[in-house]
Write a protein that binds this ligand. Sequence first.
Ligand code: S3P
Length: 176
Amino acid sequence: MPTHSKPNIYLIGFMGTGKSTIGRQLARQLDYQFVDSDRAIESEAGMPIPEIFEKQGEETFRVMEKAFVETGHPQESCVVSCGGGLIFQPELKERLQDRGIVITLFASPETIFERTRANKNRPLLNVKDPQAEIERLLNERLPVYRDAGIGVLTDGRCVNDIVAHIVRIYRRAVKR
Ligand code: S3P
């Protein structure tokens, strides 16, 4: 359990579950800083994620995610949207849980496909059959997503609704 009076909120979950959109609005509502791990890494690396994957490989990107968690973001009063694979690295899930309240956003494979299909900046989905890949990877990752944070469903709900739901969870969790 975090000890700060304004612990961070970490939004985790699969690609296309709305972490950045929801995170930005959530931060505005709480008057917290908003940080997106992908954008922070891109700005540190000086190149977009597809280029990091292409030139330096996924392994290097994962090292950058670890550095982001360890030293690359404020320790309190912050809403952090985490790249979908970040918590799968050893100890990162526990690090986030120690430092803040972890919320997992969920969406169905169909919703995820619709939300991600137009955008080519996710190397893991730049494959021949992204729909099948979403199903496969989501199934593989679901147990960890379920276990890592407090779950919030996003299918068919508007951003305001989801943000209000997370604010309630957060206020309950930090009330000591
Ligand atoms: C990834 C998710 C992406 C980004 C990278 C890898 C993953 O972030 O970090 O392409 O492994 O699920 P979003 O979840 O913000 O799309």
